[in-house]
Design a protein around this ligand. Structure first.
Ligand code: GH3
Ligand code: MG
Ligand code: MG
Ligand code: MG
Length: 423
């Protein structure tokens, strides 16, 4: 155990320190009550052995402060006294001391009392852990999340450390419960929790937020980083291929929010992630949506958000220049192969993806298929020199709603993209 010793007498301090260390514990030493209080706050020791009479903050006052401190960890308090004043001793016990030890100190007696103290400390720790633990999924529960969110928010305010939060909800879980039964539902909850846990990066924390809802906190993450992480977690659950009785497999939807601006409360942050999660459900489930305050105020006349995917840098520059000069278009990203096109699309959620047919990493057709699956609301426009009917057909089958031949004038490109967005 980590034991804090507070006594103004150097002799008693030495004796206690030697005894505590001989019993295999770690000793921290304070020469007065004020130092002991500071050390207590910084170290949250398992046990405090405090002198009763000390200048400034005495043992009773120290005990009162410790018990009033809303820490989650229990500190076992032993107060040493040279006087056997019954009413003062009772007051110290009422203040929250676990026991009073009479001086002179008998080290064999101290050893016995420390054995009992260790048991009490372990019991308190278990009670505190149980209250913050979800036994079905073996994850931290809502209470643990609330406490740890408060710490993250405090760090944001004090040091400007940002963080992001993802809220996940299993899709059509009620149906799974109703069809396969509650035991199967519970097993699915465990499986989803395991998949999320395995896909988690170190430093991030996972909690069971409610029934079939999970929360992940990502310290230091920006909105883009959190979107990538949420997407990784979403696809980890999908990759389990756990059969859903309604057909297909068990999937989750996610809402992502960043702890911004300064002064945001935990409740506001959770609400923001929840709004985004609701939108993910609305848009068809099994997807990740970012809580972007700009997105909710988007009006009809806004520019079409365009993603360009082409392996030729000159073509990318050409298309970028067109997007920059046209008020009808807003370029949200550029990719130079199929894989990057898919990842960037999932991240930026463009209205339209202008997709080169011939790209390394699977080609335009496979990218179109993946983007259509992940983002049913995004439109694909094929852009290619290969103007044969076969390639047009292949792109149409993959979900392209437009086709532009390379070399077409800017006005035609803008027209094809804006009409695809309305498609
Ligand atoms: P959506 O895709 O919109 O999220 O639909 P849903 O059916 O998942 O949503 P809904 O909130 O209607 O259903 C959640 C269900 O989760 C209802 C509840 O019975 C079930 N549930 C909550 N906690 C548990 C649990 O611990 N075990 C089991 N088996 N089911 C649970
Ligand atoms: Mg003293
Ligand atoms: Mg739910
Ligand atoms: Mg659900």
């Amino acid at each position: 155990m980590r034991i804090l010793i507070a006594d103004d007498e150097p002799g008693t301090r030495l004796l206690l320190t030697a005894a505590v260390q001989r019993l295999g514990h770690t000793a921290m030493v304070a020469e007065d009550g004020a130092t002991a209080w500071t050390l207590y706050l910084a170290e949250s020791p398992d046990v405090l052995i405090s002198d009763w009479e000390m200048p400034g903050i005495d043992g009773t006052e120290l005990t009162t402060r410790i018990r009033a401190h809303a820490g989650t960890k229990y500190t076992y308090v032993m107060v040493l006294t040279g006087r056997a004043d019954q009413s003062a001793a009772r007051a110290t016990m009422h203040a929250g001391a676990d026991e009073l030890i009479l001086k002179p100190l008998d080290t064999a007696d101290l050893e016995r009392r420390l054995i009992a103290a260790e048991r009490v400390v372990a019991l308190h720790r278990r009670l505190a852990d149980d209250a913050r633990h979800d036994s079905l999924t073996d994850l931290g529960n809502r209470r643990r999340l609330d406490e740890e969110l408060a710490v993250l928010i405090a760090r944001t305010e004090r040091y400007g450390h940002r963080f992001a939060l993802c809220m996940f909800d299993i899709d059509h879980f009620k149906q799974l419960n109703d069809t396969a039964g509650h035991l199967a539902g519970d097993q699915a909850l465990r499986n989803v929790a395991d998949a999320l846990r395995s896909a988690l990066r170190s430093g991030d924390s996972l909690y069971r937020y409610g029934g079939e809802e999970f929360v992940v906190t990502l310290p230091g993450q920006s909105s883009d980083g959190a979107m990538l992480a949420a997407e990784r977690l979403r696809s980890a659950v999908e990759a389990m291929a756990l059969p859903h009785p309604a057909g297909g497999s068990v999937t989750i939807s996610a809402g992502v929010a960043v702890a911004e601006p300064a002064g945001i409360t935990a409740t506001e942050l959770l609400a923001a992630a929840d709004v985004a999660l609701y939108r993910a459900k609305e848009q068809g489930r099994n997807r990740v949506v970012n809580h972007d305050p700009r997105a909710s105020s988007a009006q009809a006349g806004r520019p079409v958000r365009l993603l360009i995917a082409d392996d030729d840098p000159l073509t990318r520059e050409f298309l970028r220049a067109i997007a920059d000069t046209s008020p009808a278009l807003e370029m949200v990203g550029a990719a130079c192969d199929s894989q990057e096109a898919i990842e960037t699309a999932l991240l930026t959620r463009p209205d339209v993806v202008l997709l080169d047919l011939n790209m390394p990493g699977g080609g335009g057709v496979s990218a179109a298929t993946a983007i259509r699956n992940g983002l049913p609301s995004s439109r694909i426009v094929a852009y290619s020199v290969a103007d044969g009917p076969d390639s047009q057909l292949a792109m149409a089958r993959a979900g392209a709603v437009g086709y532009i031949v390379k070399g077409a004038p800017a006005s035609e490109i803008v027209k094809a993209v804006t009409s695809a967005a309305r498609w």
